[in-house]
Design a protein around this ligand. Structure first.
Ligand SMILES: Cc1ncc(COP(=O)(O)O)c(C=O)c1O
Length: 477
């Protein structure tokens, strides 16, 4: 009972999410033990590395993009469709560094190495590739008249809000519950939606996020209500949304909600900000805004625009807003919005970004990826039916949701003060963790949570990758 769903059919997805949450199945305990044993026998070096790292790195790991249970795998190298760990195990890479390496691992490795040898990765001065990259972004995003490169998606989200506040001279910000916009004081996951969650708030004064308000996804009335409420405090500067919905579209947004968001921002004089860190250049060249036919005032870009090279992010949008940014040579600096970043727009990343965007367009990569993804997901849905594993199975092109836990949907089903909410959340995270661990042991590394990605390198191998999934589904209760 796990049909392949249309990513724009929110009603069907919500209904299936409820089914998954209420009838969730787990891997059998003997199967879990088998996988734990596999890690012990096949990943001894990774285990050792984790023990060593914990001496000098808090928690022993600095990336939380993937599953790290029972311990993080220590990767030696990545090439094309594969990741290789220090113990010599080879995995299909469905994590894709959290999404940016759309063309496959190390696609422009030689070109970028030569660039470093010939030209140096960092000078602190202007390079021609900054302009070239900005031109490419403006070319594919009609809403972007000017673009500013930054060091990460987190920075870009911060600057987007700063610009919106300076431009509108208003303070309040609205976001969708569950959306991720980096880890700044203002946006850190859950801070404004769960002030009782101390783990989110250590070190963050309450003032940092008390002007940031969360609304429920797809509830147009609640959104307008928040705009009205904010009028009492001087009005809304911006509505910030992950353009396809929280956690890369795990709880997808409807087309009606998109249209209403645009209208309400206009009505209340707020900027509409699309966070396209994951979707820009992955959901087609024009990202989610082309898909929805919507025109945000500002767009947040992230890791993809550097083709997977560090450090990458950026903000783009209407000229009159973007011209408020102050770095560089500017008159009237007192009226500008400050922005900086030593590694922002470094020549290597700008160069890699240009190569990647041009290659994506030249190879028509998105069409191939979308076709392979649709096929893969239909087959996955078939497997969940065959082994009777309740799951949410849908995709936004190459952003795949294969979710056996329904974690992101729990708040849409249970109220926070319902004891079932806490029980469900705990059970769901165990289920997600064990599922990802099992897949790794079966040869495929996926992203954390219920989402993962295909790349141009993994797309031709989907039939082999299905084997990993089938072996794992077989082990469910
Ligand atoms: C939608 C979204 N916004 C912002 C960010 C933050 O980007 P970064 O990790 O580059 O700071 C992410 C990271 O994955 C993201 O998915």
């Amino acid at each position: 009972m796990s049909k392949y769903l249309d990513c724009y059919d929110y009603a069907a997805i919500h209904a299936q999410a409820e089914h998954v949450v209420k009838h969730r199945k787990k891997l059998r305990r003997d199967v879990v033990q088998k996988y734990l044993d596999w890690f012990d026998t096949h990943c001894a070096t990774s285990k050792l590395r984790f023990q060593q790292a914990q001496e000098v790195i808090p928690g022993g790991i600095e990336h939380n993009l993937a599953n790290n249970h029972p311990f993080p795998i220590s990767i030696d190298r990545a090439e094309g469709a594969y990741l290789y760990d220090e113990d010599g195990n080879r995995y299909y890479d469905l994590l894709m560094a959290g999404g940016p390496t759309i063309l496959g691992n190390n696609y422009f490795g030689k070109e970028c190495a030569q660039f470093i040898i010939d030209k140096a990765p960092l000078t602190g001065l202007y390079s021609e590739y900054e302009r070239k990259l900005a031109e490419l972004v403006c070319q594919y995003y009609p809403s972007v008249e000017m673009f500013r490169m930054l060091g990460s998606g987190t920075e870009a989200d911060m600057i987007g809000v700063r610009l919106a506040r300076a431009f509108t001279k208003k303070k309040e910000i609205i976001r969708i519950r569950g959306g991720y916009h980096g880890w700044s004081d203002q946006f850190i996951y859950n801070a404004s939606e769960a002030p009782e969650d101390a783990a989110c708030l250590n070190g963050i004064p309450v003032e940092c996020f008390q002007s940031t308000h969360c609304v429920e996804p797809n509830d147009i009335e609640a959104l307008e209500q928040q705009f009205i409420e904010n009028e009492k405090f001087g009005g809304t500067a911006a509505f910030v949304m992950e353009a396809i919905g929280q956690d890369s579209g795990a709880v997808p947004l409807t087309r009606e909600y998109h249209a209403a968001a645009r209208e309400l921002c206009k009505k209340y004089g707020a900027l509409l900000i699309f966070d396209e860190v994951v979707t820009a250049f992955r959901l087609g060249m024009g990202g989610a805004q082309a898909e929805f036919g919507s025109k945000p005032d500002l767009t947040i870009f992230g890791k993809i625009i550097g083709g997977g090279y560090p450090c990458a992010g950026g903000v783009g949008g209407r000229r009159e807003i973007m011209e408020m940014l102050a770095a560089g040579i500017n008159k009237n600096r007192d009226k500008k919005v400050r922005v900086g970043g030593t590694l922002s727009a470094n020549p290597l990343t700008a160069y890699a970004g240009c190569l990647t965007i041009e290659e994506l367009a030249k190879t028509n990569a998105h069409e191939t990826l979308a076709k392979a993804s649709d096929y893969f997901m239909k087959e996955i849905a078939g497997l969940t039916e065959k082994y009777d594993v309740p799951a949410l199975v849908f995709n936004h092109q190459s952003i795949l949701h294969i979710d056996v836990a329904g974690s992101q949907h729990i708040p849409t089903i249970y109220k926070k003060d319902d004891p079932e909410f806490a029980r469900q959340s705990k059970e769901a995270s165990q289920c997600v963790m064990e599922f990802a661990m099992a897949l790794a042991a079966e040869g495929t590394i996926i992203s954390g949570g219920g989402k993962t990605y295909l790349s141009c390198a993994t797309a031709p191998l989907v039939d082999e990758i299905l084997g990993s999934y089938e072996r794992v589904f077989k082990g469910f209760e």
